[in-house]
Design a protein around this ligand. Structure first.
Ligand code: GLU
Length: 305
């Protein structure tokens, strides 16, 4: 398996030059475009890796399924469904007009920014700090890491250059779709996007989702299996931005990407996969990362279809 990963990594390295590192905030543009790594955790607990898989980077949009999980755990499926829909929008993640009609909760989903911002407002806790710490603690458990933290420089950069997300949040508020203090909810979203992870952490999150809520090997249950079905289904249809349909055909597993270059993929019952390669395609997905997943899916017959 190590040899297979090494070989596929080398075969896909050439695609890095076709992509571009995110530069919508100054902090992300400092990433090394040549970093490329993969980590796999099988449901039986086996770990395999290749390349720069221990390098850390910010989770960015890959925190969206964790926000969804936290909101589901705190409020239940029906309450969450009432607040944010389940349909793919076919539009970019930060689109303003997600529908041609007036903004409606059924027109957004938890994997686009508006949906994720609503998820932030659904986290339970007495104070904002308590709510964020609960999210951080769930992220740490899913990632298999006790020491998980926020990259302060990226967080401050997100906050300083967050006009688009601010506009989305205030638009939600004006339509009565967002409760609570808008700036506080936004702060939670910016901080959540700035949590630092590695390929190993992403593989662990994927492995728990693949294992329907249990940690491989120890079998400790972190969330009910019905929630894994919910999150994996949303990932399958909406996880790779407006490239989710093509990704479903080419790769065929639930996955989520982030603009820092990470991809977390779930091969249900089989494995979790974490990939890092910061050069992105025009939709915001790691370009070489998707190629690598496509080849891996062909070699290991990972597609669920
Ligand atoms: N913090 C980013 C934003 O909302 C996340 C982008 C992403 O990874 O899709 O602009």
């Amino acid at each position: 398996m190590e040899e297979l990963l090494e070989r596929l990594l080398e075969e896909c390295r050439c695609y890095i030059q076709e992509g571009h590192v995110a530069d919508y905030i100054p902090e992300l543009s400092k990433s090394d475009p040549d970093a490329f790594g993969i980590y796999i955790i099988n449901s039986d607990g086996r770990h395999t890796w290749a390349g720069d898989c221990r390098q850390s980077f910010t989770i960015q949009s890959i925190v969206k399924p964790i926000l969804l999980l936290q909101a589901l755990l705190d409020n239940g499926m029906e309450a969450v469904q009432r607040r944010v829909g389940m349909e793919a929008t076919g539009k970019p993640f930060d689109a303003i007009n997600s529908s041609d009609q007036a903004l409606d909760s059924g027109h957004i989903n938890p994997m686009v920014n508006m949906g994720a911002i609503v998820m932030c407002s659904l986290i339970k806790g007495g104070t904002y700090e308590e709510r964020f710490q609960r999210l951080l603690s769930l992220t740490g458990k899913l990632a298999g890491e006790e020491e998980i933290g926020v990259d302060e420089a990226v967080y401050l950069s997100e906050k300083a250059h967050g006009s688009r997300n601010r506009a989305l949040a205030y638009l939600l508020k004006s339509y009565g779709l967002l409760e609570g203090d808008v700036e506080e909810v936004l702060d939670c979203y910016f901080r959540a996007c700035s949590i630092r992870v590695s390929c190993k952490a992403l593989a662990h999150i994927g492995a728990v989702l693949a294992n329907r809520g249990r940690i491989p090997l120890t079998n400790e249950r972190i969330f009910p299996s019905a929630l894994a079905r919910y999150v994996n289904a949303i990932l399958m249809t909406c996880g790779m931005y407006d490239g989710s349909g093509e990704f479903a055909v080419r790769v065929g597993v639930p996955a989520k990407s982030g603009v820092a270059g990470g991809i977390m993929a779930v091969a249900p019952t089989r494995m979790g996969i974490g990939i890092y390669s910061p050069a992105l395609d025009e939709k915001g997905n790691s370009l070489a990362g998707i190629r690598l997943l496509e080849k891996l899916s062909q070699e290991l017959y990972l597609s669920i279809f």
